[in-house]
Ligand binder design. Structure first.
Ligand code: FBP
Length: 272
């Protein structure tokens, strides 16, 4: 619908690419993720910093958006994620993301897109598929785009493919995201430009965004991954730890913008 198209555009620049800041870690990993730079546990402080540095959008859970949503400038995209899990659960129950809010809540909070995670291949895949179907159905009805964090994981994947980042697994998740109605996909790095290009192909035109991952000590290592994502036809990245686990995230954000939006080589972008 026109609503979906218009709201999608709030995340992407004219080149069809985006850099989104992710801030659901206090829930999904726990506040220890912020311990290196504890001031960033305050969402207002870190969101102000990333806004100034020029990110195109922010992703948050509904409760955080209630009091920090105002910090997201009106000309940037606000993505509200409606599922999560805590790290306090026993490990074998971590393969489920539960719904913690509703599409109506996200709409009232001013969301431009609604997000939900599906752990494809999990023993609880069925629950997350239904959750995603319901969220997508409501959101699409109201003209909102839906982002799927398509994260394959689970014991069967490990047994058959060795790791969840195997490109055959990641592209399967991306394809499942498309076929289940996603308007944007966020997924893992597969380790090379060539394999990530296959993920992009499998997504059949639905924008594929990199899920940042753990902070790299050397920022250039992360920039190289993002560069290859763009070369492979990816539409950008959703980045959390690589941004908020640095005391001053601004230089990295500026470099990411150069790589994503201007195709600059990682080493050049890092120097500028
Ligand atoms: P990062 O850039 O820090 O990896 O953030 C992306 C993200 O998807 C977060 O939204 C989420 O909290 C986290 O990664 C989940 O990571 P994992 O499932 O690997 O613990």
């Amino acid at each position: 619908s026109i609503g979906i198209r218009r709201r999608m555009k709030r995340f992407f620049r004219r080149n069809g690419r985006t850099l989104i800041f992710a801030m659901d870690h206090g829930f999904e990993h726990g506040p220890t993720d912020f311990e290196e730079h504890w001031e960033h546990v305050n969402p207002k402080i870190i969101i102000r910093k990333v806004m100034r540095a020029g990110v195109d959008g922010v992703m948050m859970l509904p409760g955080l958006a209630r009091f920090a949503g105002d910090e997201v400038k009106p000309d940037r995209g606000l993505m509200i994620k409606l599922t999560s899990k805590t790290n306090l659960r026993p490990k074998d129950e971590q393969l489920l993301q539960s719904q913690l809010g509703y599409v109506g809540d996200a709409v009232k909070l001013g969301a431009d897109a609604i997000a939900a995670t599906v752990y494809w291949g999990s023993p609880q895949e069925d629950v997350m598929m239904r959750q995603f179907a319901e969220i997508a159905s409501y959101a699409h009805d109201m003209g909102f785009p839906v982002v799927q964090f398509a994260y394959p994981r689970g014991p069967y994947i490990n047994k058959k493919y060795g790791k969840k980042e195997d490109y055959r697994v990641v592209m399967y998740g991306a394809r499942a995201a498309v076929e289940s109605g996603a308007d944007m996909i966020k997924t893992y790095w597969t380790g090379s430009k060539e394999t990530f290009a296959k993920v992009v192909d499998a997504a059949a035109g639905v924008p594929v965004l990199l899920s940042g991952g753990a902070k790299t000590e050397n920022p250039v290592d992360f920039l190289r991954v993002v560069y290859d994502v763009i070369e492979a036809g990816g539409a950008g990245a959703v980045v959390g730890r690589n941004i908020f686990q640095r005391e001053n995230p601004e230089p990295l954000i500026k470099a990411l913008i150069r790589v994503i939006h201007r195709n600059e080589e990682p080493e050049e972008a890092a120097k500028a």
